[in-house]
Design a protein around this ligand. Structure first.
Ligand code: ATP
Ligand code: MG
Length: 150
């Protein structure tokens, strides 16, 4: 994707702030993919998005739930963690919540539900640099100005 920026994050607060800024510029119905190693900071970034939407609930890794929906913010946030769907063709109706028209959908480990992903999306990849440093690449085929995030 040509619309692309790279940000170096030096703390989890910085990553949360990036999430906050993203929450302010994405239109409803947007799907955001979160890629990166275990513990890279995907859920941390979702926490920032939730904060930006004025969601007061604590966002946790949906360890036992594949999906959690937060309705009490400015607009709905749908948080999917597809990690446990690896190698499993389970049809559990997630497609209803991807591209959810009045909200934002974020998906950790999207590679495990590839068939359900829409064509228009934002892809965020987080790479570990060292203990507190992450390289965050944000790319999209949506016509939004990613430079506003920096
Ligand atoms: N710059 C940074 N950005 C994000 N997280 C950071 C950063 N520096 C340190 N951390 C720490 O890295 C950890 C990231 O955990 P988090 O649960 O967000 O990762 P994850 O990618 O969702 O993991 P999982 O693959 O298990 O879902 C947290 O403990 C966080 O405090
Ligand atoms: Mg996580």
């Amino acid at each position: 994707m040509e619309n692309k920026i790279t940000i170096n994050s030096l703390s989890s607060e910085h990553t949360m702030n990036i999430g906050k800024m993203i929450s302010q510029i994405v239109p409803n119905g947007t799907t955001i993919l979160l890629c990166g190693d275990l513990g890279a900071g995907k859920t941390t970034l979702v926490r920032g998005i939730a904060q930006g939407l004025n969601i007061k609930e604590v966002v946790q890794s949906p360890t036992f739930n594949i999906m959690k929906i937060y309705f009490k913010g400015d607009r709905p946030l749908i948080h999917i963690d597809a990690y446990r769907l690896a190698d499993n063709d389970a049809d559990i109706g997630l497609d209803e919540y991807i591209g959810y028209e009045t909200g934002i959908t974020v998906i950790e480990w999207p590679q495990f539900i590839e068939k359900l992903l829409p064509e228009e999306l934002i892809k965020i990849s987080i790479f570990n640099v060292n203990e507190n440093e992450r390289n965050i690449i944000i790319e999209t085929n949506l016509g939004i100005n990613l430079e506003e995030i920096k």
